[in-house]
Design a protein around this ligand. Structure first.
Ligand code: SAH
Length: 397
């Protein structure tokens, strides 16, 4: 089948020449014919130079997403190669050996824009987020099963971004099925994963290495886990020997999940207090009642999806970090994260520094944290980097 051509406006080829895979609608000069959603199109510069092959998305501002920078055929064999490569890289990471859950495909960073695939034991959860992935969905599903050796795939095609792509919202099993709820094993801890309705695909896989960091630092400490969701940090702090953990989340179902995860691991619940509250308010309540902690974890939801939200998000981050720093005993640890794409690591560090200044505490950064290795960041796609964290120690004198 001959592919149609998409010609860019003069001077608009720069980002593609740097191999950034998105073509915005405003950069397009002309289309060589009528293209269906998800169809492959050849992209050329205004002077006719070949730039890449991409999936066309007629409804999105991101009108095309590049599959390849080479003159190669985008067909079933192409997707099989990409998937096999992505899965092979996961096998090289020792940190991922002690778990049966990991991200297998991290979208653009694995050369598959709009595809996220997470493995939970024998089940894959596939997020199909772009027109191109929708187009190749069946081929991709078959290749995923073949190379991962799993049997069942649950599709979460219910993210808001699908609406921007003009794609229908749906979810459900697309290959075989498994009994729910699923449980996964990460090191020696089991967790329930709600693949049907949980955040993301059901679990925060990106925090795996950071959970181990918290565990390694928790011995004997009184811990406050804010935005606790299913208790990843709470359970690891307990396993690491924390004397007590207060876990806070605004969602009743999240707290219920933590309770069930504690039971699943036969962890004593007399060392845990589960609090349903808004973290912004609750931190103030703790401050007013002069409570103190040895370690505070702040892992809020995305405050700034894009740079346009950065100002408002910065105020939110500063608020919670300032309050948390005030609640720490001398020598205490703040483990603080941002998963906002619109707030980069530099800005985040500045916000935390500003919070410390206003809180009147001296603190040092002991570690910079990031998303785990199964969430790689293509150098040509900095947007793939979204999670950053700091471990800060409040001065003891
Ligand atoms: N730390 C978790 C992931 C956090 S996700 C882990 O490692 O698994 C963010 C969580 O924040 C969600 O569970 C959500 O219910 C909760 N949340 C969002 N806004 C909140 C608020 N203002 N106060 C308390 N919890 C909030």
């Amino acid at each position: 089948m001959t592919e149609l051509t998409l010609t860019l406006k003069t001077g608009r080829e720069k980002s593609l020449m740097r191999r950034h895979p998105w073509v915005f609608s405003g950069a397009i000069q002309s289309l060589g014919g009528e293209l269906q959603s998800g169809e492959t199109v050849r992209i050329i510069s205004s002077t006719g130079e070949f730039l890449g092959k991409a999936a066309f998305s007629p409804n999105s501002q991101i009108r095309a997403r590049v599959w390849t920078w080479q003159e190669e055929t985008v067909d079933e064999a192409f997707f099989r190669r990409r998937i096999e490569t992505a899965l092979d890289t996961r096998k090289e990471h020792p940190g991922l050996i002690n778990t049966n859950a990991m991200r297998l495909i991290h979208a653009e960073s694995d050369g598959l824009p709009g595809l996220v695939v997470d493995q939970y034991g024998d089940v894959l959860v596939m997020q199909t987020l772009s027109a191109g992935i929708e187009h190749w969905r069946e081929v991709i599903a078959d290749a995923l099963l073949e190379f991962s050796g799993t049997k069942a795939i649950y599709e979460r095609a219910d993210a808001d971004v699908r609406e921007l792509e003009g794609l229908p919202i749906r979810k459900g099993w697309i290959r075989d099925q498994a009994d729910l709820p699923l449980t996964i094993l990460e090191n020696d801890l089991q967790f329930y994963v709600d693949i049907e309705a949980g955040h993301k695909t059901g679990f925060y896989l990106d925090q795996q290495a950071n959970r181990a960091v918290v565990r390694s630092l928790a011995a004997g400490k009184e811990v406050l886990d804010c935005f606790a969701f299913s208790g990843g940090f709470t359970l690891n702090a307990l396993k690491g020997g924390a004397s007590h953990v207060t876990a806070v989340d605004s969602s009743a179902s999240a707290l219920d999940l933590i309770q069930r995860n504690l039971e699943l691991n036969t962890l004593p619940d007399d060392k845990v207090e589960l609090v349903q509250a808004d973290v912004f308010n609750y931190l103030r309540t703790l401050r007013d009642s002069r409570r103190q902690f040895d370690m505070i974890i702040l892992d809020p939801p995305k405050f700034a999806p894009t740079r346009a939200h950065a100002d408002k998000a910065s105020r939110g981050y500063k608020d919670i970090n300032l309050l948390a720093l005030k609640l720490l005993r001398p020598g205490g640890l703040l483990v603080t994260f941002s998963c906002s794409g619109g707030v980069d690591a530099d800005l985040f560090q500045k916000i935390v520094a500003g919070a410390a200044l206003d809180a009147g505490v001296n603190a040092t950064i002991e570690r910079h944290l990031s998303q785990d290795v199964d969430h790689p960041i293509a150098l040509n796609f900095p947007e793939g980097s979204y999670l950053k964290g700091l471990v800060c120690r409040v001065a003891s004198g």
